[in-house]
Design a protein around this ligand. Sequence first.
Ligand code: SF4
Length: 314
Amino acid sequence: MEKPPLTILLAGPRGFCAGVERAVQIVERALQRFGAPVYVRHEIVHNRYVVGRLESQGAIFVDELDAVPEGAPVVFSAHGVPKAVPQEAERRHLLSLDATCPLVNKVHREAEHHFAQGRRIILIGHDGHPEVIGTMGQLPQGAVLLIEHADDVASLAVDDDEPLAYVTQTTLSIDDTLAVIEALKARFPGIHGPKRDDICYATTNRQQAVKAIAARCDRMLVVGAPNSSNSLRLVEVARQSGCPAAALIGRARDIDWDSLRDTHCLGLTAGASAPEILVEEVVEACRLRFRVTIEEIAVTREGVSFNLPRALIA
Ligand code: SF4
Protein backbone atom coordinates (compact mmCIF):
# COMPACT_ATOMS: atom_id res chain seq x y z
CA MET A 1 0.00 0.00 0.00
CA GLU A 2 1.29 3.43 -0.93
CA LYS A 3 2.28 5.62 2.01
CA PRO A 4 0.21 8.79 2.48
CA PRO A 5 1.94 12.13 1.85
CA LEU A 6 3.10 14.30 4.75
CA THR A 7 4.71 17.72 4.61
CA ILE A 8 6.94 18.46 7.59
CA LEU A 9 7.51 22.14 8.29
CA LEU A 10 10.75 22.41 10.24
CA ALA A 11 10.91 25.51 12.42
CA GLY A 12 14.21 27.35 12.32
CA PRO A 13 15.95 28.04 14.62
CA ARG A 14 15.20 25.05 16.84
CA GLY A 15 17.06 22.88 19.34
CA PHE A 16 20.36 23.54 21.06
CA CYS A 17 21.19 27.16 21.96
CA ALA A 18 24.67 28.54 22.66
CA GLY A 19 24.20 28.24 26.44
CA VAL A 20 23.31 24.55 26.22
CA GLU A 21 26.15 23.83 23.74
CA ARG A 22 28.57 25.45 26.18
CA ALA A 23 27.23 23.55 29.21
CA VAL A 24 27.52 20.18 27.47
CA GLN A 25 31.03 21.05 26.24
CA ILE A 26 32.07 21.97 29.78
CA VAL A 27 31.18 18.48 31.03
CA GLU A 28 32.86 16.81 28.05
CA ARG A 29 36.04 18.87 28.39
CA ALA A 30 36.12 18.28 32.14
CA LEU A 31 35.92 14.52 31.51
CA GLN A 32 38.83 14.78 29.05
CA ARG A 33 40.91 16.92 31.37
CA PHE A 34 40.27 15.33 34.76
CA GLY A 35 39.06 11.84 33.75
CA ALA A 36 35.90 10.14 35.01
CA PRO A 37 34.05 10.66 37.17
CA VAL A 38 33.11 14.31 36.85
CA TYR A 39 30.20 15.29 39.09
CA VAL A 40 27.37 17.48 37.82
CA ARG A 41 24.97 19.20 40.21
CA HIS A 42 21.46 18.69 38.79
CA GLU A 43 20.64 17.89 35.15
CA ILE A 44 23.21 19.89 33.18
CA VAL A 45 20.36 20.80 30.78
CA HIS A 46 16.78 19.55 30.83
CA ASN A 47 17.10 16.58 28.47
CA ARG A 48 17.31 12.91 29.44
CA TYR A 49 19.06 11.93 26.20
CA VAL A 50 21.84 14.46 26.81
CA VAL A 51 22.16 13.48 30.47
CA GLY A 52 22.25 9.75 29.56
CA ARG A 53 24.98 10.32 26.94
CA LEU A 54 27.14 12.22 29.45
CA GLU A 55 26.53 9.54 32.09
CA SER A 56 27.81 6.92 29.65
CA GLN A 57 31.03 8.98 29.34
CA GLY A 58 31.54 9.07 33.12
CA ALA A 59 29.52 12.03 34.42
CA ILE A 60 27.71 11.49 37.72
CA PHE A 61 24.64 13.64 38.31
CA VAL A 62 23.93 14.55 41.93
CA ASP A 63 21.21 16.55 43.68
CA GLU A 64 23.48 18.29 46.16
CA LEU A 65 27.19 18.85 46.78
CA ASP A 66 27.31 16.55 49.81
CA ALA A 67 27.25 13.64 47.32
CA VAL A 68 30.54 14.88 45.77
CA PRO A 69 33.80 13.56 47.31
CA GLU A 70 36.22 16.17 48.67
CA GLY A 71 38.49 17.63 45.97
CA ALA A 72 36.51 16.21 42.99
CA PRO A 73 35.50 18.29 39.93
CA VAL A 74 31.87 19.44 39.95
CA VAL A 75 29.94 21.27 37.25
CA PHE A 76 27.01 23.59 38.01
CA SER A 77 24.14 23.38 35.51
CA ALA A 78 23.28 25.90 32.76
CA HIS A 79 20.33 27.22 34.80
CA GLY A 80 22.56 28.87 37.40
CA VAL A 81 22.90 28.28 41.14
CA PRO A 82 22.31 30.28 44.32
CA LYS A 83 25.47 31.98 45.66
CA ALA A 84 25.55 29.53 48.56
CA VAL A 85 26.45 26.66 46.18
CA PRO A 86 29.89 27.86 44.96
CA GLN A 87 30.59 29.00 48.53
CA GLU A 88 29.87 25.49 49.81
CA ALA A 89 32.01 24.00 46.99
CA GLU A 90 34.93 26.19 48.04
CA ARG A 91 34.52 25.21 51.66
CA ARG A 92 34.64 21.52 50.63
CA HIS A 93 37.69 22.13 48.34
CA LEU A 94 35.78 20.95 45.27
CA LEU A 95 36.98 21.95 41.81
CA SER A 96 34.01 24.04 40.63
CA LEU A 97 33.21 24.52 36.95
CA ASP A 98 30.34 26.90 36.36
CA ALA A 99 28.20 26.06 33.31
CA THR A 100 25.66 28.79 34.11
CA CYS A 101 24.62 30.36 30.80
CA PRO A 102 26.18 33.83 30.45
CA LEU A 103 22.67 35.19 29.71
CA VAL A 104 21.45 33.86 33.07
CA ASN A 105 24.53 35.38 34.72
CA LYS A 106 23.57 38.71 33.15
CA VAL A 107 20.20 38.55 34.95
CA HIS A 108 22.02 37.78 38.22
CA ARG A 109 24.18 40.88 37.77
CA GLU A 110 21.11 43.02 36.96
CA ALA A 111 19.41 41.85 40.16
CA GLU A 112 22.55 42.62 42.18
CA HIS A 113 22.81 46.07 40.61
CA HIS A 114 19.21 46.95 41.51
CA PHE A 115 19.71 45.62 45.04
CA ALA A 116 22.81 47.81 45.43
CA GLN A 117 20.67 50.79 44.37
CA GLY A 118 18.29 50.04 47.25
CA ARG A 119 15.50 48.58 45.09
CA ARG A 120 13.27 45.61 45.88
CA ILE A 121 13.33 43.19 42.95
CA ILE A 122 10.32 41.56 41.34
CA LEU A 123 11.31 38.41 39.45
CA ILE A 124 8.89 37.22 36.76
CA GLY A 125 9.31 33.45 36.51
CA HIS A 126 8.06 29.96 37.32
CA ASP A 127 8.11 28.93 40.97
CA GLY A 128 10.50 26.02 41.61
CA HIS A 129 12.38 26.27 38.29
CA PRO A 130 16.15 25.93 38.90
CA GLU A 131 16.86 29.22 37.13
CA VAL A 132 14.43 31.02 39.46
CA ILE A 133 15.99 29.36 42.52
CA GLY A 134 19.44 30.43 41.26
CA THR A 135 18.40 34.04 40.59
CA MET A 136 16.62 34.44 43.94
CA GLY A 137 19.67 32.94 45.63
CA GLN A 138 21.94 35.76 44.43
CA LEU A 139 20.49 38.06 47.09
CA PRO A 140 19.44 37.81 50.74
CA GLN A 141 16.08 36.28 51.53
CA GLY A 142 13.20 38.72 50.99
CA ALA A 143 15.12 40.91 48.52
CA VAL A 144 13.44 39.24 45.53
CA LEU A 145 9.69 38.67 45.18
CA LEU A 146 8.52 36.12 42.61
CA ILE A 147 5.45 36.54 40.42
CA GLU A 148 4.28 34.45 37.49
CA HIS A 149 1.13 36.05 36.02
CA ALA A 150 -0.23 39.55 35.39
CA ASP A 151 -2.94 38.77 37.99
CA ASP A 152 -0.23 38.42 40.67
CA VAL A 153 0.71 42.11 40.42
CA ALA A 154 -2.34 43.44 42.27
CA SER A 155 -1.61 41.31 45.35
CA LEU A 156 2.14 42.13 45.56
CA ALA A 157 2.84 43.07 49.17
CA VAL A 158 4.94 46.21 48.54
CA ASP A 159 4.28 49.88 49.20
CA ASP A 160 3.40 51.83 46.06
CA ASP A 161 6.30 54.25 46.71
CA GLU A 162 8.94 51.56 47.47
CA PRO A 163 11.89 51.66 44.98
CA LEU A 164 11.37 48.65 42.69
CA ALA A 165 12.92 46.90 39.71
CA TYR A 166 11.96 43.82 37.73
CA VAL A 167 13.97 41.06 36.06
CA THR A 168 12.68 37.99 34.25
CA GLN A 169 13.49 34.33 33.76
CA THR A 170 15.19 33.85 30.37
CA THR A 171 12.86 31.17 29.01
CA LEU A 172 9.39 32.68 29.38
CA SER A 173 6.66 33.26 26.80
CA ILE A 174 7.36 36.64 25.17
CA ASP A 175 3.67 37.59 24.95
CA ASP A 176 2.70 36.48 28.49
CA THR A 177 5.72 38.29 29.97
CA LEU A 178 4.82 41.50 28.17
CA ALA A 179 1.40 41.38 29.85
CA VAL A 180 3.02 40.97 33.28
CA ILE A 181 5.42 43.87 32.65
CA GLU A 182 2.54 46.10 31.52
CA ALA A 183 0.65 45.26 34.73
CA LEU A 184 3.76 46.09 36.80
CA LYS A 185 4.26 49.43 35.03
CA ALA A 186 0.58 50.29 35.47
CA ARG A 187 0.76 49.79 39.24
CA PHE A 188 4.35 51.02 39.73
CA PRO A 189 5.07 53.68 37.05
CA GLY A 190 8.59 54.31 38.44
CA ILE A 191 9.70 50.65 38.33
CA HIS A 192 13.15 50.02 36.83
CA GLY A 193 13.88 47.16 34.45
CA PRO A 194 15.64 46.03 31.29
CA LYS A 195 14.69 47.72 27.99
CA ARG A 196 12.10 44.98 27.33
CA ASP A 197 12.67 41.82 29.35
CA ASP A 198 15.45 39.30 29.99
CA ILE A 199 14.08 36.61 27.69
CA CYS A 200 17.10 35.32 25.80
CA TYR A 201 17.71 35.38 22.03
CA ALA A 202 17.26 31.60 21.76
CA THR A 203 13.87 31.55 23.50
CA THR A 204 12.74 34.52 21.40
CA ASN A 205 13.87 33.03 18.08
CA ARG A 206 12.35 29.59 18.76
CA GLN A 207 9.00 31.16 19.67
CA GLN A 208 9.05 33.39 16.56
CA ALA A 209 9.86 30.36 14.39
CA VAL A 210 6.88 28.45 15.81
CA LYS A 211 4.61 31.46 15.26
CA ALA A 212 5.73 31.62 11.62
CA ILE A 213 4.55 28.08 10.83
CA ALA A 214 1.77 27.35 13.35
CA ALA A 215 -1.21 28.47 11.24
CA ARG A 216 -0.10 26.22 8.34
CA CYS A 217 0.17 23.08 10.48
CA ASP A 218 -2.56 20.51 11.26
CA ARG A 219 -0.39 19.35 14.15
CA MET A 220 2.88 20.41 15.74
CA LEU A 221 5.41 18.30 17.64
CA VAL A 222 7.85 19.95 20.03
CA VAL A 223 10.82 17.76 20.94
CA GLY A 224 11.76 18.52 24.53
CA ALA A 225 11.39 17.55 28.15
CA PRO A 226 8.42 18.12 30.48
CA ASN A 227 10.71 20.05 32.88
CA SER A 228 12.11 22.26 30.12
CA SER A 229 10.51 25.70 30.44
CA ASN A 230 11.33 26.85 26.93
CA SER A 231 9.97 23.61 25.37
CA LEU A 232 6.67 23.95 27.27
CA ARG A 233 6.41 27.56 26.11
CA LEU A 234 6.83 26.42 22.47
CA VAL A 235 3.80 24.14 22.85
CA GLU A 236 1.77 27.04 24.29
CA VAL A 237 2.93 29.44 21.57
CA ALA A 238 1.97 26.93 18.84
CA ARG A 239 -1.49 26.52 20.37
CA GLN A 240 -2.00 30.29 20.69
CA SER A 241 -0.73 30.94 17.16
CA GLY A 242 -3.05 28.74 15.13
CA CYS A 243 -2.14 25.12 15.84
CA PRO A 244 -4.26 23.86 18.75
CA ALA A 245 -3.04 20.29 18.20
CA ALA A 246 0.49 20.87 19.48
CA ALA A 247 2.18 18.30 21.71
CA LEU A 248 5.46 17.81 23.56
CA ILE A 249 7.39 14.60 22.90
CA GLY A 250 10.68 13.42 24.37
CA ARG A 251 11.60 11.21 21.41
CA ALA A 252 10.10 9.58 18.29
CA ARG A 253 8.85 6.66 20.39
CA ASP A 254 6.43 9.04 22.17
CA ILE A 255 4.54 9.95 18.98
CA ASP A 256 0.86 9.03 19.00
CA TRP A 257 0.66 7.80 15.39
CA ASP A 258 -3.15 7.50 15.47
CA SER A 259 -3.37 11.24 16.04
CA LEU A 260 -1.29 11.85 12.88
CA ARG A 261 -3.58 9.76 10.63
CA ASP A 262 -5.34 12.74 9.02
CA THR A 263 -2.36 15.08 9.22
CA HIS A 264 -1.14 16.57 5.94
CA CYS A 265 1.15 19.23 7.35
CA LEU A 266 3.15 18.56 10.52
CA GLY A 267 5.12 21.29 12.28
CA LEU A 268 8.31 20.16 13.98
CA THR A 269 10.57 22.04 16.38
CA ALA A 270 12.74 21.39 19.45
CA GLY A 271 13.39 23.19 22.72
CA ALA A 272 16.78 24.75 23.42
CA SER A 273 17.97 21.71 25.38
CA ALA A 274 16.98 19.08 22.76
CA PRO A 275 19.70 17.97 20.32
CA GLU A 276 19.10 17.85 16.55
CA ILE A 277 19.61 14.08 16.51
CA LEU A 278 16.21 13.71 18.23
CA VAL A 279 14.55 15.85 15.52
CA GLU A 280 16.19 13.66 12.84
CA GLU A 281 14.88 10.59 14.66
CA VAL A 282 11.31 11.98 14.42
CA VAL A 283 11.74 12.70 10.70
CA GLU A 284 13.03 9.14 10.09
CA ALA A 285 10.12 7.65 12.04
CA CYS A 286 7.72 9.69 9.87
CA ARG A 287 9.46 8.46 6.70
CA LEU A 288 8.66 4.86 7.68
CA ARG A 289 4.93 5.70 7.60
CA PHE A 290 4.55 8.62 5.16
CA ARG A 291 5.93 9.98 1.89
CA VAL A 292 7.66 12.91 3.57
CA THR A 293 8.39 16.29 2.04
CA ILE A 294 10.51 18.59 4.21
CA GLU A 295 10.23 22.36 4.15
CA GLU A 296 12.42 24.37 6.51
CA ILE A 297 11.17 27.84 7.47
CA ALA A 298 13.94 29.84 9.14
CA VAL A 299 12.94 33.19 10.63
CA THR A 300 16.58 34.00 11.39
CA ARG A 301 20.04 32.43 11.52
CA GLU A 302 21.92 32.31 14.81
CA GLY A 303 25.65 32.78 15.15
CA VAL A 304 25.94 33.02 18.93
CA SER A 305 28.64 31.18 20.87
CA PHE A 306 30.00 31.56 24.40
CA ASN A 307 33.54 31.06 25.71
CA LEU A 308 34.38 28.13 27.96
CA PRO A 309 35.67 28.72 31.51
CA ARG A 310 39.39 29.51 31.56
CA ALA A 311 40.18 26.35 33.53
CA LEU A 312 39.09 24.24 30.53
CA ILE A 313 40.84 26.11 27.74
CA ALA A 314 44.01 24.26 26.73
S1 SF4 B 1 17.79 29.08 26.65
FE1 SF4 B 1 18.79 31.10 26.63
S2 SF4 B 1 19.37 31.52 28.76
FE2 SF4 B 1 18.90 29.31 28.59
S3 SF4 B 1 20.88 28.34 28.18
FE3 SF4 B 1 19.95 28.79 26.18
S4 SF4 B 1 20.78 30.83 25.59
FE4 SF4 B 1 21.12 30.56 27.79
